[in-house]
Ligand binder design. Structure first.
Ligand SMILES: [Zn+2]
Ligand SMILES: [Zn+2]
Length: 278
């Protein structure tokens, strides 16, 4: 954490355009840590069920199989609500008043978000569209540190499995970017929720699995490029991890290369799932 903080401080000086977003991210990291202190990892699965899920192409983690306290979850949601500047949107007040209602429970919302059941969110007719969108953002913020902690216990096991899908074998979320490990030449996808990394065929599109044929580099940083799929118009950001995929802080790099996302979008490409910021 301290090393990451130092790295971020250095980047703030080197890339002043990204200073604001890096400060925001630093604050988020602090809040994630706070959530981790409140919610104990409690997801359990038997060896047999773990293997069965992986063999059948299903992610391992299920919200239902963990025990989280509703009260603590609400407190976590409040942590983020209190942090975000209220003047930016009146909807935050609306969310605060919603969660203070006696009959409001956050667990069902987080459960549906954890399975990416977007229909559930679309059908929340009692709330305005903008409020629902914010609820999705807050669900992501609360869920992320919880699932990151749950992952720790399973990481070793997950490194040994066979997995050819483009979604995370642990939590089922889509990757936010990819890393190339130069020495072996493998491509790793990085989960946008829990941060798990898994190997994926280097030349295939994560969306339609056709071959990727086009790419462009960041003119200021040759270790970052965007790979484009001309079949489905999906794109993915790829970092050259230079032999150290675990010691590398790519999420920060993802933030300071948002201009690459802008270019890809201007070219008419979209990202299947994004980081929180893009
Ligand atoms: Zn994941
Ligand atoms: Zn494609």
């Amino acid at each position: 954490m301290e090393a990451l903080d130092k790295e971020i401080e250095k980047l703030k000086r080197e890339k002043p355009v990204y200073k604001e977003i890096l400060c925001f991210y630093q604050n988020l990291l602090r809040l994630f840590k706070e959530v981790k202190g409140k919610i104990k990892p409690s997801f359990e699965i038997s060896e047999g069920d773990f293997n069965k899920r992986i063999d059948n192409g299903f992610p391992v983690y299920k919200w239902d199989e963990a025990l989280y306290s509703e009260d603590e979850l609400k407190k976590c949601l409040k942590i983020f609500l209190d942090f975000l500047p209220e003047d930016k949107t009146k909807k935050l007040n609306q969310i605060s008043s919603i969660i203070e209602r006696d009959n409001f429970t956050i667990s069902p919302i987080l459960k549906e978000f954890s399975t990416k059941n977007l229909t559930y969110f679309k059908q929340m007719e009692q709330f305005e569209e903008e409020t629902v969108k914010l609820l999705e953002v807050f669900s992501y913020l609360v869920l992320k540190p919880i699932v990151e902690e749950e992952l720790l216990k399973f990481q070793k096991k997950l490194e040994k499995i066979k997995w050819n899908e483009a979604f995370c074998p642990f939590c089922g979320f889509s990757p936010s970017y990819a890393l190339i490990e130069q020495e072996e030449g493998f491509k790793y996808l990085n989960c946008s929720l829990c941060g798990h990394m898994w190997r994926f065929p280097r030349l295939l599109c994560i969306n339609c699995k056709k071959e990727l044929k086009e790419y462009f580099y960041d003119p200021d940083d040759q270790t970052c490029r965007i790979e484009l799929c001309n079949e489905c118009k999906n794109y993915i950001k790829v970092f050259d991890a230079r032999g150290n995929i675990y010691g590398y802080p790519p999420l920060v790099k993802d933030l300071i290369t948002l201009h690459m996302d802008v270019i890809a979008k201007e070219k008419g490409f979209t990202k299947e799932s994004g980081s929180l910021f893009f």
